[in-house]
Design a protein around this ligand. Structure first.
Ligand code: IPE
Ligand code: IPE
Ligand code: MG
Length: 228
């Protein structure tokens, strides 16, 4: 694979944890645990392949309506990741970012997330971006309202500077696991020209080899950006 054909930024919609668990007659939380392990491996492979940004769709604004018990399980996974695994990421010269409105999360989780971002190496060569309580519609509305409050008329650059993803290049490739073919409110503005890759593989079964398959397909796509 040629370096130039590697996406700079990948967006990953990690779907199918619940169905994966159900097939095994296990609770949904078991699927989320396995999904977290898969995410850690996929992030390592992405970094190895030369990807610079990986945005993982971890919790959508709509997911916040799920049962309290399921959400608590997810928050525990965030606690685990941001106390233990994040250190391993730093050691590899990588860092983390968070996009979304985390102000509704439990206080201790908010603190762990912001410490995780703050303690990231400054010269990180790979950034793992967690989209948590993220929704493209609320991201855009928030930006527009900020501009209105400031009495500012927005152009493209102005709007982009007010999005959660300010300073992060647009995703080149969006991968969705779990068989559905939709974005579910993920990076709608930023993915205007992203290549889309859908696979039926349920997220806990998605691994480095599955990522490589997506990268191989991406490398064969012709991106024209409206030109001839
Ligand atoms: C994706 O898996 C993870 C989250 C949305 C938190 P799901 O929990 O949506 O799994 P399915 O789609 O029900 O199988
Ligand atoms: C999208 O998955 C959100 C995440 C993967 C975090 P959902 O399972 O919530 O999406 P829908 O409901 O199938 O559109
Ligand atoms: Mg789902």
């Amino acid at each position: 694979m040629q370096e130039s054909n590697i996406p700079l930024h990948i967006g990953l919609i990690m779907d199918g944890n619940g169905r994966w668990a159900k097939k095994r007659l296990m609770p949904r939380s078991f699927g989320h645990n396995s999904g977290m392990n898969a995410m850690i491996k996929v992030a390592d492979r992405a970094k190895e392949r030369g990807v610079k940004y990986l945005t993982v769709y971890t919790l959508s604004t709509e997911n916040l309506n799920r049962p309290k018990e399921e959400l608590e399980g997810l928050y525990d996974l965030f606690r685990g990741y941001f106390t233990k695994n994040v250190q391993k990421l730093y050691k590899k010269g990588a860092g983390v970012k968070v996009i979304g409105d985390i102000s509704v999360l439990p206080q201790d989780v908010q603190k762990l997330l912001s410490d995780g971002v703050e303690n990231s190496p400054e010269d990180a060569d790979f950034t793992l971006i967690f989209a948590i309580n993220y929704g493209a519609r609320s991201e855009i509305l928030r930006a527009v309202n900020t501009a209105v409050e400031r009495g500012e008329k927005l152009d493209g650059k102005g709007l982009e500077a007010l999005l959660y993803t300010a300073g992060i290049p647009d995703p080149d490739l969006i991968i969705r696991t779990g068989g559905e073919k939709r974005l579910s409110n993920f990076l709608a503005y930023q993915s205007a020209y992203a290549e889309l890759y859908f696979t039926d593989v349920l997220f806990p079964d998605f691994d480095g080899n599955e990522l490589d398959k997506a990268l191989e397909e991406y490398a064969c796509r012709e991106r024209r950006f409206g030109k001839v």
